[in-house]
Design a protein around this ligand. Structure first.
Ligand SMILES: [Zn+2]
Length: 283
């Protein structure tokens, strides 16, 4: 954590200026043990303040998680924050930059596996509280459709057996992580059925989604279409790419795949990582 250059020191001081709550939480979370005297001294210097008392640190944590996570899980995490230490410190660091192209480094997930679990619990496990803005907004298929693609509603046809748009039913099932087999006619919006859950999960947790497609032209069209909407976190991998293009895509995919693999400590089938690298049609 010790700044080892002028640039890094400026960055830390900028964080102290723009987000004192983050520095307060980091200070408290990383210095629970007496042997952390050096870290405590560093934060005391940077913050110009001694280690925060528990109530101040928990209040800062509550503010940091507000609007960035489920309020029900957030309350639980704040209540048990003293158990998490560095893991929660890294979780907060990632939450502060999530939504862009930032990925939690594989070594963090490896050394602090609880950090990845905290992100998933805080953002990808919906609660039932109607007052939870995060879950009501970010686990709602229709709102995610509007947020990513600007459409007010799903296609009215075809309908499922309950009279609900089929597209919506498929997206909702995928967003809940349910295994699904969906068969739709051409031109009824199949792409959104996997794009919305994939984008939603990536935005919430940084997770990688691999889409296998037999149609090379369609893959390129979809990535181009997403980029036209300002969505730059998708890439196509196929035999038509030049070597530099292929290398660039693989680097991006490898980083995510490695992070996912380590976060699940080997529970991801080896074939999944292979699919990301070898598939002739991964979007
Ligand atoms: Zn919630």
């Amino acid at each position: 954590m010790k700044p080892d250059s002028d640039g890094e020191e400026r960055d830390v001081l900028e964080i102290q200026r723009t987000s004192p709550d983050l520095m307060c939480a980091w200070h408290w979370l990383t210095t629970a043990e007496t042997r952390a005297a050096g870290v405590n001294s560093l934060f005391t210097t940077l913050r110009q303040s001694v280690r925060p008392i528990d109530s101040d640190a928990r209040a800062a944590l509550g503010r940091l998680l507000r609007d960035r996570a489920c309020i029900t899980r957030g309350r639980e995490v704040v209540r048990n924050a003293h158990q998490y230490g560095w893991s929660l410190a890294y979780t907060l660091a990632w939450l502060s930059v999530s939504g862009g192209n930032s990925v939690m480094p594989p070594w963090v997930r490896h050394q602090f596996p609880q950090a990845g679990e905290l992100v998933r619990n805080l953002r990808d496990v919906p609660c039932a509280d109607p007052a939870c803005g995060w879950c009501r907004e970010r686990h709602d298929a229709a709102r995610e459709l509007k947020r990513w693609f600007g459409f007010a509603e799903f296609r009215p046809e075809p309908l499922d057996e309950y009279g609900q748009p089929m597209q919506q039913a498929i997206v909702e099932a995928a967003m809940r992580g349910r295994h699904s087999l969906a068969i739709l006619p051409t031109g009824t919006g199949k792409s959104l059925c996997y794009q919305i859950p994939a984008l939603s999960r990536y935005d919430k947790t940084g997770a990688l989604t691999v889409v296998i497609s037999p149609l090379v032209a369609l893959m390129s069209d979809q990535v181009t279409g997403l980029e036209a909407r300002g969505i730059t976190c998708a890439a196509a991998l196929n035999g038509l790419l030049s070597m530099p293009e292929r290398s660039d895509v693989l680097d991006r995919v490898r980083l995510l795949a490695e992070a996912a693999r380590r976060s699940r400590r080997g529970s991801v089938p080896r074939g999944a990582a292979r699919a990301a690298g070898d598939a002739r049609g991964a979007v």
